[in-house]
Design a protein around this ligand. Structure first.
Ligand SMILES: [Zn+2]
Length: 142
């Protein structure tokens, strides 16, 4: 059986090298969906308490990415923003590649997967950049 939980967060990003408007720093109201699976239900008939899943995903990811700006590691804006807001370096997130919905979904999958309790498997992460555009990664994609 699988259960899922949805989250929302606000973040800025840009796609370095993109010739259109995605190349400029801009923001989205992102939606994140996490799907987990387990072979057995616990004594309460749950796969995981939804509150526990919420706490794990918020601690591990949403609290870090909400009101942050995500960049490719070598984006020249990174040092400029760190200098302009030295009080909050944790609000500047760098990823190994452009922070597209695809790369964010993969990063989220890896980060959240490590934080789940024993017996629970992360099977899918979807990130919506807009209500109509999403990237989904499954366990079988890794
Ligand atoms: Zn965008």
């Amino acid at each position: 059986m699988k259960v899922s939980r949805d989250f929302e967060f606000d973040a800025a990003h840009r796609v370095l090298g993109h010739s259109g408007s995605c190349g400029y720093l801009h923001g989205h109201r992102y939606r994140l969906q996490v799907v987990v699976e387990a072979a057995n239900l616990n004594a309460l008939g749950m796969l995981i308490d939804f509150g526990d899943l919420k706490r794990i995903v918020e601690e591990r990811l949403v609290s870090k990415w909400d009101h942050a700006a995500l960049f490719r590691y070598d984006d020249p804006l990174v040092p400029a923003i760190l200098e302009a807001q030295p009080e909050a370096p944790e609000r500047v997130i760098t990823l190994p590649d452009n922070p597209t919905a695809e790369v964010m979904a993969k990063t989220a999958f890896q980060d959240i997967g490590k934080a789940l309790p024993e017996g629970l498997t992360l099977t899918e992460v979807t990130i919506w950049e807009t209500p109509h555009c999403s990237a989904r990664i499954s366990l079988s994609d890794l």
